[in-house]
Ligand binder design. Sequence first.
Ligand code: ADP
Ligand code: MG
Length: 247
Amino acid sequence: MTNNLYTKDLNIWFGSKHVLKGIDIEFPEKKVTALIGPSGCGKSTLLRSFNRMHDLVPDARIEGTVSIDGQNIYEKGISVTDIRKRIGMVFQKANPFPKSIQENIAYGLKLNNLDASPAVIQKALEEVYLWDEVKDDLKKPATRLSGGQQQRLCIARAVALRPDVILMDEPCSALDPVSTLKIEELIHQLKEQYTIVIVTHNMQQAQRVADKTIFMYLGEVKEEGATYDIFNNPQHEITKNYISGHF
Ligand code: ADP
Ligand code: MG
């Protein structure tokens, strides 16, 4: 099995606060990896570091390696635009641009000098099962869509750039159960093409969607393995307590 995304001894500080401590993780290609762990353990910080989102945080210090397709994204001279094209990101709160549905897809394509023709936009919307729902409203503001539709639009916006990796930070925590299941089905489809990392507080969701699960605690990887093993045979007391809700 190949890994197009891994970290090697990744450390992140905000000021004097050591937030991620020596993170070594391999994310299997075209699989779903779930990041779980209590609030504040560093899940979002880890995910954001894959996209160099801390470049604008003045007191952030990052040491170590994040490698995508054999390239350390923290090496000098790397194009951040290129990294962000290869690593798509979806957030907890759907954040479509204040533009029309079609412009939400076209925007990133144009920014990256890619084909933003109607056919390309249609394909991206089809991939997230949104096309039939929005094909007559392409020029309407994206904010008119339901929460679940907006989140699928944000996934389409990421997918349109043909990334290698899609990162999702609690993509369903603001959604109702039906919209959540639609996104989970979508994740199952997308992993045929993309390496996916999902942060979730929903233990059932992790078991439904993830091949691999990583339990983080206080800025460290405490336990990792096949999702079934993590949930059925956790090796640490703290993992056992967390996944059973005794926390
Ligand atoms: P999680 O997503 O697991 O809840 P986070 O990655 O958001 O955790 O946060 C990890 C720790 O880093 C927390 O203590 C949080 O307060 C701190 N942190 C996150 N972002 C910043 C920042 N920009 N500046 C300072 N501290 C931060
Ligand atoms: Mg978080």
